[in-house]
Design a protein around this ligand. Structure first.
Ligand code: FAD
Length: 289
């Protein structure tokens, strides 16, 4: 499989992010979704990691299997929260020794809900990037937060930490946002700070009103008034009308980003509904093979 740093060097990437399935039924659905997206010839897939290790083996097994059997590069996410340094080291070594996975997304993570153990030996994602670098020559990505990250002391500090984190990483993928100016502000500030690593915008297809409210609260992202107005205006026409507005808004955002020369688009395809919406957006934009 290919390193994502090499994929990005060759041109824009179009990628999809999955969450690991939590039941046998969900796993069957997961592979159906993967098989539906493979014909789009995505640049890569990625699979999230349950902070604290709840999906430790599952994330590794899914990523290994996609790489080995589906002909698509797959990246594993990995988070610091609630892990010892040794646990993280051993997991990275298992990726290296497995010999299949070449790409890792190094994240801070959030402590799992209800977790009251120690916070984790590595505090910030930049320490995990350094640990990954010690173990092997993976292509390493990190998260970036256009709005910025909710635990940040200030926008300026978060931008500075992101620039510093990217010095040792190969690329970043952003948290979702609905107004492109947040992304342009992020990359503009990173450039002023001397950072020229690719920053791939993360695209969240909105399929229901409930999901956008939950997600924006959780991530500290803005649910812009203009977007709320458009969604509520069609609420009484039913879920399909709401979904159509969500897809249309995502298409317009992607066009604006593509026109500005972004290094790629990363679609959050966490569940069946968002995956199908992401598929529709990809096809509508004619991103091709
Ligand atoms: P960090 O880079 O550690 O930053 C966290 C906060 O600390 C920020 O406010 C930052 O400004 C500050 N900070 C950073 N470095 C320093 C420093 N050296 N000194 C002081 N302050 C510092 N979560 C999961 O649990 N599993 C996943 O698979 C997952 N995948 C994700 C994929 C993407 C594309 C994105 C954008 C997020 C993902 N997340 C995932 C969520 C992420 O783990 C959370 O947003 C987390 O709270 C922060 O992660 P980070 O890597 O940005 O952390």
């Amino acid at each position: 499989m290919t390193k994502i740093s090499d994929i990005l060097a060759a041109g824009p990437s179009y990628s999809f992010e999955f969450s690991p399935p939590r039941s046998a039924e969900a796993e069957a659905q997961f592979w159906v979704t993967v098989d539906e997206l493979v014909p789009l010839a995505p640049s890569f897939f990625s699979v999230t990691y349950g902070a604290g290790g709840s999906t430790r083996e599952l994330t590794r097994d899914l990523v290994t299997r996609i790489n080995a059997e589906k002909g698509v590069t797959a990246m594993a996410h990995l988070t610091c929260a609630a892990h010892t340094r040794k646990e993280l080291h051993d997991l990275i070594v298992s990726y290296r020794d497995g010999g299949v996975v070449e790409n890792l997304l190094a994240l801070g993570g959030d402590p799992p809900v209800g977790y009251d153990g120690p916070p984790g030996e590595l505090e910030f994602a930049d320490e995990l990037v350094a640990l990954v670098r010690e173990v092997n020559d993976f292509s390493v990505g990190v998260a970036a937060h256009p709005e910025p990250h909710p635990r940040s002391a200030s926008l300026t500090e978060d931008r500075a930490h992101t620039a510093a984190k990217l010095e040792n990483a190969d690329f970043a993928i952003t948290q979702f946002f609905f107004d492109a100016h947040h992304y342009f502000d992020l990359v503009g500030t990173l450039a002023e700070l001397g950072c020229d690593k690719p920053v791939i915008p993360g695209i969240m297809p909105v399929t229901t009103l409930g999901s956008i409210k939950r997600m924006t609260e959780l991530q500290g992202s803005e649910f812009p008034g203009w977007f709320a107005d458009r969604l509520y205006a069609v609420e009484d026409k039913g879920p399909e009308a709401v979904r159509a507005v969500g897809v249309s808004v995502a298409i317009d955002l992607c066009k604006e980003l593509l026109d500005s020369g972004v290094p790629g688009l990363h679609f959050f395809a966490f569940n069946r509904a968002t995956a199908l919406a992401a598929l529709e957006i990809h096809q509508s934009l004619d991103l091709g093979k």
